[in-house]
Design a protein around this ligand. Sequence first.
Ligand code: IPE
Ligand code: IPE
Ligand code: MG
Length: 251
Amino acid sequence: MAQPRHVAVIMDGNGRWAQSRRHNRFWGHIRGAKAAKTIIEHAAQSNLECLSLFAFSKENWARPAQEVNLLMKLLVKQLYKETKTLMQNNIRFYCIGEKEILPQEVQVAVNKTEMATRANTGMKLIFAISYSGHTDIINATKKVAEKVKAGELQPQDINDEVIASHLMTAAFPDPDLIIRTSGEERVSNFYLWQAAYSEFCFINTLWPDFTANDFDQALEKFGKKERRFGQTSEQIVKTIQTDKHRIVLNH
Ligand code: IPE
Ligand code: IPE
Ligand code: MG
């Protein structure tokens, strides 16, 4: 069965999880952080190459200040607390998003975690914090425009690879699978460019209830899909058969 190289998760539904239990929304975020830890460890132990977690969108800054502040504090606390989990599992941590607008203490915690894990060679964990797909594309466009202006690049040479290599995700393959919890079926300005050929898995479970088993089920569903990338089913089957034939011949 085909295995994804990169799985991205839109961790949604913390607020509803708490509110349905007559708790403050923040309680949902605390439980959501626990679910994130479980999934991170499970994905690393399953030998996944890249795991992206959408933790805070650029649009989330518009939430009530108290919720934003508490989320930022929770993020800092978790990063310091879980560095040892990252080390034990050989996970390399990356943060993408508009880092410069994060509170100073978040920037410090993010930088320290990136530095502490930089020699780890296992799963790449990409935390999207204050991330916006539009902003990512706009910033890439600005960098490309600067190169054109400086004469380093000709406009006719701008192609998919050029744009992709200027995005915040330049170092990672595009996500093969994007999972969104909580029943919402939208992308909410996450990976727009990168999701061109991602498979989507929308599940009704609220994020704090999401388990390693749910993750495995999403991967199993992914494994059964035929990814055609614009080609016909017959072409895909033929390519797979040719590849299998090649493997047999090479042995
Ligand atoms: C996702 O849960 C976490 C963040 C966006 C930070 P929500 O807080 O969006 O939970 P719901 O969607 O309101 O239930
Ligand atoms: C998307 O969830 C962002 C994260 C999960 C971090 P939201 O709850 O912010 O998305 P909308 O507003 O329902 O689209
Ligand atoms: Mg939400």
